[in-house]
Design a protein around this ligand. Structure first.
Ligand code: SF4
Length: 207
């Protein structure tokens, strides 16, 4: 196995959102909160701080720390359910928003499940996503397609971290909700921004 640094499970969401944001957070340790990240953090803190308990044959463990060197991941699960009758483990991830059109929440959940599989030598068939905005729990089947997507994405993040180079900004709609916009300065440093800046200089000279 290659000697690669462990990827934080949270990097999966960051990488899917913007590769530059992922590198700023995980390579350069940059962080800044906006109302979206603050709300998400509060939600996770509430969930993670609950005491373990058993109800109706289900054990609920919160804030479960995981490390899976073979998979190359480390991180924390919001909630891990152990259903004693079926002997099934079910990871549950809490999200502040509503279900996304892409699969990234499912990929993050699958990564969590695969960590538990590696640590406990068990097979996990399903996980669940709980969305604060819609107050709905969605069952997610951890099928082969989702597992392949997850492994591919972890590999891409490892490659980004091995390069030890923060990618340039990709100025777009996502920047409007990015908490790192003041640190990133995408309007100044993206390709388009530089071109506009250079043309503006020449326009000034021509006057
Ligand atoms: S401001 Fe835009 S380009 Fe910069 S890190 Fe955020 S999303 Fe990425």
């Amino acid at each position: 196995m290659r000697d690669v640094r462990l990827v934080s499970i949270s990097a999966i969401q960051h990488f899917a959102f913007c590769q530059r944001q992922c590198a700023l957070i995980h390579l350069e340790q940059a962080w800044q909160e906006n109302y979206l990240t603050a709300h998400g953090r509060q939600l996770h803190e509430r969930v993670d701080s609950g005491e373990p308990e058993t109800r109706k044959g289900v054990r609920f463990e919160r804030g479960v720390v995981v490390t899976a060197p073979h998979l190359g991941l480390t991180g924390k699960l919001d909630l891990l359910e152990h259903h004693r009758a079926t002997k099934q483990f079910i990871p549950v991830e809490y999200k502040r928003g509503k279900p996304k059109v892409n699969d990234i929440d499912k990929v993050q959940l699958c990564a969590q499940a695969m960590c538990i599989e590696e640590m406990l030598a068990v097979k996990i068939e399903n996980g669940a996503l709980w969305y604060w905005q819609t107050r709905k729990r969605i069952n997610v089947e951890l099928n082969t397609h989702l597992r392949n997507q997850t492994v591919t994405l972890i590999g891409q993040i490892q490659q980004l971290f091995e390069q030890i180079r923060t990618p340039p900004p990709t100025l777009g709609k996502h920047c409007k909700v990015c908490s790192l916009i003041d640190i990133c300065q995408p309007q100044l440093t993206s390709d388009d921004g530089s071109k506009r800046y250079i043309s503006a200089l020449f326009e000034l000279e021509e006057e």
